[in-house]
Design a binder for this molecule. Structure first.
Ligand code: MG
Length: 371
């Protein structure tokens, strides 16, 4: 089988409401998504999506994904789509970096691999672990009362794990948010406080030590860099989840060897694809870390691809996943793919590959075709 063509689409995805994070520093109202369809001479096609979480969150640029395709798509044309590891190395040689563009193409190669095998992707990643994957809410930064109200609303949708966005230099304000959430959270629910790198280490240590007796959750990416997070980890007692400072396998190795945290978020778009994310997943299982396996942003396509990897991750290493598509206005495949059903995602065992794809009438006119 050979890759004969790659078609590219661009869609702007409005959020159902503006999203604030990092203590209110960062805001955006829409996502910029790029879709690829990798076509083969056997008639099978694979779908992929590259989508940053807004413009302000990480060094990723929607327009850059499409520009990078000019160099990356020709690398794949004429090649066997099953040579996934080799094609990842070839893309790295043609253009270092640019993980979001590579993630979209790698995702499409895995979609083809699943369809060729007649198996859902989670079976290619090691097989299902448990019946489904718990999903977590995403609670925007606000006053203590606002955040408690958002968690109550998320509970009504079935969520039992919450990602509460806090941050900012206001130490008392952060402690008030944490104490309000802890005071109302039922015993069987979990919360992660996601600082999105808003604190300097001194603030992180002051807040985290102040709530050490009452906060039951993880603290996620308290500071900007891995070095800063390592300082916090050495001076606090709560578990630390690392997210935005991890981009490569080497970053995870450095974080583990320095005891900068006890867990991490692994996201195909940030790490450069399902192939790379699976390598990191297997490393984290080996060292006993816990993970949220999910994607950075995008529609139900990117979410579902990542949830296949989550489902095949051992339950003792797996924390809840989030669904970016739950924040979007548009939904091109209601009920299909990874969906929140009472706080859980169950993936169809009878749909080969990723199991969901964007319809062409929703995508509109292609932007580009490579052949
Ligand atoms: Mg995070």
């Amino acid at each position: 089988m050979k890759i004969t063509g790659i078609t590219l689409w661009h869609r702007r995805l409005p959020l159902s409401k503006p999203y604030w994070l990092s203590g209110g520093r960062l805001k955006f109202e829409a996502l910029d998504s790029t879709f690829v369809r990798v076509e083969t001479d056997g008639g099978l096609v694979g779908w992929g999506e590259g989508c940053p979480w807004g413009e302000t969150y990480l060094p990723a640029f929607g327009g850059g994904i499409r520009a990078a395709m000019e160099l990356l798509a020709p690398v794949l044309i004429g090649e066997n789509p099953g040579d996934i590891d080799r094609l990842n190395r070839a893309m790295d040689q043609a253009l270092p970096g640019h993980p979001y563009a590579k993630s979209a193409l790698d995702m499409a190669l895995w979609d083809i691999a699943g369809k060729r095998a007649g198996a859902p992707l989670f079976e290619l990643f090691g097989g299902a672990e448990g019946e489904g994957v718990a999903v977590n809410s995403s609670i925007s930064t606000g006053t203590p009362d606002e955040m408690v109200a958002l968690i109550d609303a998320a509970r009504a949708k079935g969520y039992r794990t919450h990602s509460a966005k806090i941050g900012g230099a206001d130490i008392a304000g952060n402690i008030a948010r944490i104490e309000a959430i802890e005071a109302t959270l039922p015993a069987d629910e979990n919360v992660t406080y996601d600082i999105n790198r808003a604190w300097v280490p001194g603030v992180a240590i002051q807040v985290m030590q102040s709530v050490a007796g009452s906060a039951r959750g993880w603290f996620e990416q308290p500071c900007q860099t891995l070095d800063q997070c390592a300082v916090v980890a050495a001076n606090t007692t709560q578990p630390i989840m690392l997210d935005e400072c991890l981009h490569t396998f080497q970053d995870h190795l450095d974080a583990w060897s320095r005891s900068a945290g006890q867990g991490c978020k692994i996201k195909p778009n940030r790490l450069g694809g399902l192939t790379r994310t699976r390598q990191v997943r297997d490393f984290c299982v080996a060292v006993g870390w816990q993970m949220h396996v999910e994607d950075v942003g995008g529609t139900v396509l990117a979410d579902t691809a990542a949830l296949h990897l989550a489902l095949s991750t051992p339950e003792e290493n797996r924390l809840a996943s989030w669904l970016a598509h739950a924040h979007l206005v548009d939904d091109y495949a209601p009920g299909e793919g990874a969906r929140n059903e009472g706080g859980m995602v169950r993936l169809a065992a009878d749909k080969p590959g990723i199991g969901v794809e964007p319809p062409e009438d929703w995508l509109g006119e292609p932007l580009r075709h490579f052949s």
